[in-house]
Design a protein around this ligand. Sequence first.
Ligand code: ARG
Length: 454
Amino acid sequence: MEKMWAGRFTKPSDQLADDFNSSLPFDCRMYRQDIQGSMAHAAMLGAQGIITKQDADTIIDGLDGILRDLDEGTLDFDPACEDIHMFVEQVLTQRIGDTGKRLHTARSRNDQVAVDLRMYLRDECNEIKDLIRKLIGAIIGQAAQHKETILPGYTHLQRAQPITFAHHLAAYGMMLARDLSRIEDAAKRMNRSPLGSCALAGTTYPIDRNATAEALGFDGPCLNSLDGVSDRDYCVELLSALSLIMTHLSRFSEEIILWSSWEFRFVELDDAYTTGSSIMPQKKNSDMAELVRGKTGRVYGDLMGMLTVLKGLPLAYNKDMQEDKECIFDAVDTAKKCLEIFTPMIATMRVNADRMYRAAQEGFINATDIADYLVRKGLPFRTAYKIVGQIVGHCIATNQVPDTMPLAEYQTFSDLFAEDLYEDIKLETCVKKRISQGAPGTIDQQLAYLQNLI
Ligand code: ARG
């Protein structure tokens, strides 16, 4: 097939070069956006008298037919075309003849690809938001059943203070709530139309950029044509938001893997979201969570790849920018799949409240509460802290837990201890009494906040 630009050249390009140059294998997924963009452009050219109304209608009809055929799978992508933009224009011209050649007036593939990608990613942002909401929903569902389920909260992976499982889950809910707003932010800045920036310097034709921006659902046109065709900040922003989503899912995965281990046995994943071993009959592995943790690296790599493509690129368009698509598509696909699998995995996870409670009983995690007891009786916190340190040492030496240590023994450390201590340091009391804002005792407010987002 003769190249569109053959006139300028004395010989055809090498097949290897054609293959190397082609983006059709991966940008074909933007065919819908490409055609919609072309329809809006043709309508604007007609309305502005740049082409005749009749030509505009013929083009739009032709494009509509191509869209339908691609949707229905009756039209195959031609691998000889360099990219989706060339392919659509080629089919259009084959179908409607010379009129098709008028479509590319006052336009370039540089603004075309920028429009397509923004529209494509805008739709993906909506899907990602839906998936985040669904996962928040699954978290709320589990949390609602475990508002009283006590487990140790950890710092340094050492048992620290008692919390509830609902509180722990809600922490992930909050991370995802921020992810949701980050995606919204990225989508907002993304939503400006580069169409009409043309190759780099706009055009001498009397185009109406507001009309095409509006027709395509953008908030308005980009204000500088060089920036319009060379800006990929929106890809970086989305990739960063996706990277953080993956960070959160990966941390969550790590805990699920840990909690599912025989050492913890805090939770058990449903059989549907685990795998066995080909050699060890006893194994039940958290493969989904491990894969999510592993795929996090891929998404970070996509972000780094995109940033590196942009670094040092002179204005305006350079072919390097074609490399934006595989990074961002991979990251979007990966993050979506991870969110998708996480939701039913969390929803069906069984919680072993007994194991959690026993772990909470064993780690002196009410030590802070014993100190707080002495503070309520008038001691300065530091003094109380020191006394409780000695009590913990004594408990370890005498192999007992503070909850059942006799009062007489307590009183050898301080005469402020009285019978009411035992009620105060019960795990249930420790959790319920923590009603400072954001503490386990405020779980209802936390869940209401999350519920509001979904
Ligand atoms: N396939 C190209 C890309 O994805 C489209 C823009 C090509 N523009 C150009 N001047 N070669 O970036």
